[in-house]
Design a protein around this ligand. Structure first.
Ligand SMILES: Nc1ncnc2c1ncn2[C@@H]1O[C@H](COP(=O)(O)OP(=O)(O)OP(=O)(O)O)[C@@H](O)[C@H]1O
Ligand SMILES: [Mg+2]
Length: 494
């Protein structure tokens, strides 16, 4: 059987109250008995003394035990709740009022008797019950003297009573009954009150549990269920917990959809790449097969043409595979950075020099601003060269003949300089601009040249700059031109 938190709390509370009730009941019974015995003993305190003083048989000491025994019998008939014993100075029972077969002990301990006669003990004082080996009862006693010589003790057991249940005894005492009823009433009231308080405080917890169960049934889709409006700034911890739980669900859902998106992107990328690889590969295979099957029939000129085309496809394949490897390597996160300080303008000149043929072919005007500068940067030369090559290669391809490309260095405060690569080429449409750094993305303005371009250059560039701890920004106006900017450190970071 599964119990809810509230049911378990109520059950524990019930158990606690039952224990309190039992303890209280026994305590009251004990107290009542003690009080009753005390008053009874106090009431009969002088009984034995007056008997010893007034009875002629005991006045001058005991000489006739049979007469005394008869006297005890007569007294017991008058007061059946009393038992009379006469003890010698050592506590030995000499004579008594009850049937001899009922006597279980011959001696009575005198200490409580002496304490009672000397008023040394607080009432009730219990003495040995001769009818039982261990039981003790309340009594009254008086020493019996012959002249000045102690002859023994008159020992009267007072509480020789019928058995009454503690409950009926309690009932018979009116005042006790009222107090017991009052206390019981208070206990029951407290119990009900605490149950109500528990119910009130555990209600938000029950609601949170219901919310969680409901969410579980709809795969944690918050839009499909009506949930309690949990408040973050409430002083109630359950509210805070509920709010945090819903936030957690949001975060998990968000990350899950991000994962799904990146997974589907990867699939797309893989499909595109397979296609890009397959096209040059099958063309390569086709030309080599033709060459091998028709080697005798092909003219020298045809053969050279086929080999040239096969080689072009092979270069294309290699270029693509190299780029893919580079991107995968950069994304793997195991890339080492070799920082050094060098002159930025010099590096720009070096990279531009690599493209001099294409620049000349297209009659482009390329300027480095300022042409000579002493600005030093602290970076990884080979990675920066790779970045610049990608950006300048793009600019050259997307800028029409006689166009302009500008590489501008600007010194900033706080140990940084900005590099801007801008062209007045065909530009990217605003709606396509956010995607140009995605792997395999080529915008509608994309230009082709002798080489095959697959849209990996900017993805590699962005990754490389991330590794160099900087971020690339792009601005572009369709038909007017594009500019890329990023920052570099002048000196090593402190
Ligand atoms: N300077 C530029 N001017 C206009 N469009 C550009 C420029 N640079 C990049 N783009 C656009 O962004 C797209 C992505 O550029 P990216 O360098 O990643 O690919 P790519 O140059 O087409 O191919 P790859 O770099 O793999 O050879 C290009 O296809 C192009 O549409
Ligand atoms: Mg490119």
């Amino acid at each position: 059987m599964k119990l809810s938190l509230y049911q378990r709390l109520s059950l524990s509370l019930l158990l606690v109250f039952i224990v309190i009730f039992i303890v209280f009941y026994f305590w009251v019974v004990q107290l009542e008995q003690k009080t009753r015995y005390e008053s009874k003993q106090r009431l009969h305190l002088s009984l034995a003394a007056s008997l010893a003083r007034d009875n002629p048989l005991l006045q001058q000491g005991v000489y006739d035990n049979t007469a005394l025994s008869n006297l005890f019998h007569t007294l017991m008939v008058l007061g059946p709740s009393f038992e009379f014993y006469f003890l010698d100075p050592q506590g030995k029972i000499i004579t008594h009022s009850i049937a001899p077969s009922l006597i279980k002990r011959q001696n009575v301990n005198l200490t409580p008797l002496i304490q009672l006669t000397q008023n040394q003990a607080t009432l009730p004082v219990y003495g040995d019950d001769p009818q039982h080996l261990t039981r003790k009862k309340i009594f009254t006693t008086a020493p019996v003297f012959n002249g000045n010589v102690l002859q023994g003790y008159l020992y009267v057991i007072v509480a020789s009573e019928r058995y009454e249940s503690a409950f009926s005894r309690l009932k018979s005492n009116n005042q006790t009954e009222i107090s017991v009823v009052l206390v019981m009433g208070t206990i029951i009231f407290l119990f009900v009150l605490l149950l109500a308080i528990f119910a009130y405080f555990t209600r938000p917890l029950r609601r949170l549990n219901l919310d969680i169960q409901a969410l579980k049934q709809v795969d944690f889709d918050k839009s499909k269920v009506k949930l309690t409006p949990w408040m973050a700034n409430s002083s109630n911890e359950v509210h805070q917990l509920g709010y945090a739980f819903l936030q957690l669900i949001d975060q998990i859902n968000e990350q899950f959809s991000l994962l799904q998106k990146s997974d589907s992107k990867r699939r797309e990328l893989l499909a595109d790449i397979s296609h890009d690889l397959r096209t040059p590969l099958s063309s390569l295979q086709g030309y080599i097969e033709t060459l091998s099957l028709n080697k005798d029939t092909l003219s020298e000129q045809q053969r050279e043409k086929f080999i040239e085309i096969a080689l072009k496809n092979a270069y294309q394949l290699k270029g693509l595979i190299d780029q893919l490897f580079e991107l995968a390597h950069l994304e793997g996160g195991q890339v080492s950075v070799h920082l050094e300080t060098f002159n930025l303008a010099e590096i720009l000149h070096d990279v531009v020099a690599k493209f001099s043929l294409q620049i000349r072919e297209k009659q482009l005007k390329i300027t480095i601003k300022p042409e000579r500068s002493l600005i030093q940067v602290n970076s990884d030369i080979s990675k920066l060269e790779r970045v610049l090559s990608n950006l300048i290669e793009n600019s050259i391809r997307h800028t029409p003949a006689n166009g302009e490309i500008e590489l501008e260095i600007t010194q900033l405060k706080n140990n940084q300089c900005q590099l801007k690569i801008s062209d007045n080429g065909n530009g990217v449409k605003a709606e396509e601009l956010p995607y140009i750094f995605d792997p395999r993305y080529r915008a509608s303005n994309a230009m082709q040249d002798k080489q095959k371009h697959t849209g990996l250059g900017l993805a590699i560039t962005k990754k490389l700059l991330e590794i160099l701890n900087t971020e690339i920004h792009v601005e572009s106006t369709f038909g007017k031109g594009t500019s890329f900017t990023f920052l570099l450190n002048n000196k090593p970071d402190a």
